[in-house]
Design a binder for this molecule. Structure first.
Ligand code: UT7
Length: 325
């Protein structure tokens, strides 16, 4: 043994009960199924009702991930919840998830990197696990973005959905080579100069209100396709792998055009790209673990597969991680 690796041993997800189609939204704002599908690839999204809070969705996703791993609450000593839509300003949603699952040991905290939150969460958990600070972590992306949307603004309200996805990471001894199972490398970036392009116009320390999401879509689009691929290139370089060796590319699900343009730019074949934006919309930090769960459960992702996850969110924050399942 020369290294500890953070190995994915289970995954799970949870979606609200209510499906809302593009035609449903066209009753509310001036838009159309055609426009939404052509510009984004989104056909429907799930929207939470009042009882389906971020922690409720997160608890369900974590429970499914624990079941998938064959583990119980006593086996987890770290809970990281990536969210920008916590139930409350404090305590953290992670502690509510911890309590809901009956986990009474270890640490739990929220991590805020907007849509890049899950990648940040995986990278953070990996540090705890590979330094021996924790043995098994739940990393959950859970969001109720419908609560912070301006339902009068057609340029944003048609894009987002609610949901949660979770993985269980376990520290395991490994050879320290790129053939190991687990997180092989992660690359994170942020640049706060881009705040105005994607932000929420409220908060406890400024307006004292929750606020609404504001976005200059075109600018975000340009950055997502033009600049974010640096972290993926980093991940390939530092792990000594190439796009050809990748089995699955599971990016943040914001827009089909962004995803396909990024894959093309990186030389990743389109049939290796996992796409769920059509059915989930953009669920921010939940989008990658939701997509992982879909591709794992339908049999695409198999043990030993090389999987690249990547996301960009408000800030801007962005990151990528290369994982052997
Ligand atoms: O998760 C965080 C990361 N976020 C993203 O990655 C989002 C990135 N951005 C995007 O995905 C795209 O920029 C959008 C999907 C948001 C917009 O697509 P676009 O091709 O950049 O369209 P646009 O903003 O340039 O708008 C084109 C037209 C405008 O009309 P005019 O000015 O050309 O007359 C908009 O007013 O489409 C209009 N429009 C709409 N029409 C029907 C904007 N929203 C809608 C709508 N329905 N919902």
């Amino acid at each position: 043994m020369v290294a500890l690796r953070s190995v994915i041993v289970g995954c799970g997800s949870s979606l609200p009960a209510r499906v809302v189609t593009n035609d449903d939204l066209a009753q509310r704002v001036e838009t159309s199924d055609d426009w939404i599908v052509q510009r984004t690839g989104i056909r429907q999204r799930y929207l939470a009702d009042a009882s389906e809070t971020t922690s409720v969705l997160g608890i369900r996703a974590c429970r499914a991930a624990l079941d998938d791993a064959g583990l119980g609450p006593e086996d987890i000593d770290l809970v990281i919840c990536a969210t920008s839509t916590p139930d409350h300003t404090f305590p953290s949603t992670a502690t509510q998830i911890q309590a809901g699952l009956g986990i009474h040991q270890g640490a739990a905290f929220d991590l805020q990197a907007v849509c890049a939150g899950f990648v940040y969460g995986v990278a953070t958990a990996d540090k705890f696990l590979t330094t021996g600070s924790a043995r098994r972590a739940l990393v959950v992306g859970a969001e109720t973005f419908s609560r912070i949307l301006d339902w009068e603004d057609r340029t944003t309200c048609v894009l987002f959905g609610d949901g949660a996805g979770a993985i269980v990471l376990e520290a395991r001894e490994a050879a320290g080579t790129r053939d190991d199972r687990g997180v092989l490398t992660a690359s994170l970036r942020s640049d706060g100069r881009h705040r105005e392009k994607l932000y929420v116009d409220g908060g406890p320390g400024s307006t004292g209100t929750t606020g609404h999401l504001r976005m200059t879509g075109k600018e975000v689009f340009r950055f997502a396709v033009g600049s974010v691929t640096d972290v993926i290139a980093d991940a390939f370089r530092s792990s000594g792998t190439t796009a050809d060796e990748l089995d699955w590319f599971v990016p943040h699900q914001a827009n089909r055009r962004i995803i396909e343009a990024s894959a093309d730019k990186l030389g990743i074949a389109r049939d290796k790209v996992v796409l769920t934006v059509d059915r989930h919309g953009n669920t921010s930090a939940a989008s990658i673990p939701l997509a992982l769960d879909v591709a794992r459960k339908d049999g695409r992702i198999q043990e030993g597969d090389l999987v690249m996850i990547e996301a960009i969110g408000g800030g801007f924050t962005w990151g990528a991680a290369l994982i052997r399942w």
